[in-house]
Design a protein around this ligand. Structure first.
Ligand SMILES: Cc1cc2nc3c(=O)[nH]c(=O)nc-3n(C[C@H](O)[C@H](O)[C@H](O)COP(=O)(O)O)c2cc1C
Length: 176
């Protein structure tokens, strides 16, 4: 089914929007792939996310939308802190693990990648393109998802080239 088949010929106001049509159209939005990490030691966990968005530079803040049924959200609420790790081309295995696609859960998602920490103690991927260490500033529950606003306390950048983007249901490496 193509987007054209799914989308109504004339504009339809909600609630006339079919969720399947919404999902199909949203596949056209290319998104940078990050992993959101939280927790410590054997209880650390995390998820892959394309919903990370810059919120403000003064103060430095970002947001991420997390499904309220995600086990990660509970741990994030407990710690009131998380890190956002922007993945690079070549990190497809990390993205799949943190999306639960390999069956890995919780700390098992961290695999054999190299992890470090900055200020809050949340896990930071050593070779992420960039990483943001955040304190939770606010969580807005909105239907199926929670909008999590993080105040950035520290950041790191590797300056590596080649980003990892998700588009039309697949990973794409973006090189300069
Ligand atoms: C490319 C990609 C992007 C994703 N983006 C999000 C997202 O922004 N928010 C979200 O809640 N889940 C997102 N997911 C799904 C979660 O990564 C996945 O459901 C994960 O298993 C949740 O962790 P949990 O099973 O421990 O709850 C995405 C998955 C993929 C593959």
């Amino acid at each position: 089914m193509s987007v054209a088949e799914c989308l109504p010929a004339e504009r339809t106001d909600p609630p006339g929007i079919d969720p399947a049509a919404f999902r199909l159209a949203m596949r056209e939005l290319a998104g940078g792939v990050s992993v959101v990490t939280t927790g410590r030691g054997a209880l650390r966990t995390g998820l892959t996310a394309t919903s990370v968005t810059s919120l403000s530079a003064e103060p430095p803040a970002l947001l991420v939308c997390i499904n309220r049924s995600s086990s990660v959200l509970r741990v994030l609420r407990e710690h009131q802190a998380f890190a956002v790790n922007i993945l690079k081309a070549g990190h497809e295995d990390v993205a799949d693990r943190f999306a639960g696609r390999s069956g890995a859960y919780g700390a098992a998602r961290y695999g054999d990648a190299e992890w470090t920490e900055l200020t809050t103690g949340m896990p930071v991927l050593a070779d992420a393109l960039a990483a943001f260490d955040c304190r939770v500033e606010a969580i807005l529950d909105w239907h199926s998802h929670a909008v999590v606003i993080g105040r950035i306390e520290a950041l790191a950048s590797t300056g590596g080239d080649g980003a990892l983007v998700y588009w039309r249901g697949g990973y794409r490496g973006v090189a300069p």
